[in-house]
Design a protein. Structure first.
Length: 354
């Protein structure tokens, strides 16, 4: 009996070893604990509304060689969430001016890559707007707003002075065609912002890191015909609270964003503007102010001039919210500068050399 027990124990131990090798709990072969589920509404990864994560299309994506935060410069981590106008849908791929300072966090693998349109993470409306072929020039749907916003904070534009931030990491997580309920409690996208936060934290990038500012821009509302004001605001409060529970600390900017086929939704507009309290939510850009001349033929999604105007509007709104989205001198205020109220850029009359 004792021998039999020893043999059985040996067999069980061997099975444990085999199971551990086949299904490791950690290490390269382990299941990804941050794997996420997409909402697929338009026919799959290449058709419309599943997150884009192809590392080889349009040239192989390579990881940023130095993804860690440099605390000696001003860093912005920007999470862009919502639906298609916050995802990849504009006709032309945008090549950022400051490519070496603009990064793409891919929520699917946690990698930080140099930004390239279409970015990794948000959905890509592949061939959804009449494009053909397999290049961005012919597909007519490769453009994303993210790098445009980043360039503005680095180089300046609109009301935003150059040097507001020196590096921008963008986490694009928007999913086209989705209503706010799909992003709220019980929805399949409820954990999506948390995935970005956890991926960043795994790389040591958190809101507590010196000279690092986190922000969320909410670009959504077109799909909420029939949603009540109270339901929309309750869902948005749930989304913000979930982000905070996952380590988010920063400003959550809410666009006014309802334009659908040339029609706006006053109920959702009121929900979006009415939730702003400068404590949990800050005013984003009124994207509904961009009319048909800024839209493609469907009169919903932005053309190239429209997505450029969207980026400027979002950056201006973030800048208007005040520090840390104001320019500050890259050194401590000293005898060479007067610290005057309103001194928020390097050209203002309020900023006078002593």
């Amino acid at each position: 009996m004792r021998k039999l027990a020893c043999v059985a124990a040996s067999i069980i131990a061997a099975l444990h070893v085999i199971a551990a090798a086949a299904f490791p709990l950690s290490g390269p072969g382990a299941p990804d604990p941050l794997q996420i589920t997409d909402v697929v509404q338009g026919g799959g990864l290449w058709a419309n509304d599943a997150g884009y994560n192809d590392l080889n299309a349009f040239g192989a994506r390579t990881l940023r060689t130095a993804p860690q935060i440099n605390t000696g410069i001003k860093n912005l981590v920007l999470i862009i969430a919502g639906q298609s106008n916050g995802a990849t849908e504009a006709p032309s791929a945008y090549v950022p001016t400051n490519g070496s300072a603009i990064d793409n966090l891919n929520i699917y693998d946690g990698g930080i890559y140099p930004w390239v349109d279409p970015p990794l993470g948000s959905t890509w409306a592949y061939q959804s707007f009449g494009g053909t072929g397999s290049t961005c020039a012919t597909l007519q749907s490769c453009g994303h707003v993210g790098a445009r916003i980043a360039d503005i904070f680095i180089s300046g534009n609109g009301t935003v002075p150059a040097g507001t931030f020196n590096r921008v990491i963008i986490a694009p997580v928007a999913v086209g065609g989705t209503s706010i309920s799909q992003h709220s409690i019980g929805g399949p996208l409820y954990n999506r912002i948390c995935q970005a936060m956890q991926r960043l934290a795994n790389r040591g990038i958190t809101p507590s890191v010196t000279n690092t500012t986190f922000a969320i821009v909410w670009v959504q509302g077109e799909s909420d015909t029939g949603t009540t004001l109270a339901a929309y605001q309750a869902a948005l409060n749930n989304i913000q609270a979930k982000a905070v529970s996952c380590g988010f600390s920063g400003r959550f900017f809410v666009n006014i964003q309802t334009w659908l086929s040339g029609t706006v939704n006053p109920t959702i507009q009121s929900a979006q503007s009415g939730i702003v309290d400068n404590t949990k939510f800050w005013a984003g850009f009124n994207a509904d102010s961009l009319g048909s001349g800024n839209r493609i033929a469907d009169n919903t999604h932005f053309n190239d001039s429209g997505v450029s105007a969207l980026a400027t509007g979002i950056a201006n709104a973030m800048h208007a919210s005040g520090a840390p989205f104001l320019w500050s001198p890259p050194f401590a205020v000293n005898d060479n500068w007067q610290a005057l109220e309103g001194c928020n850029d390097n050209t203002s009359d309020f900023c006078k050399a002593m």
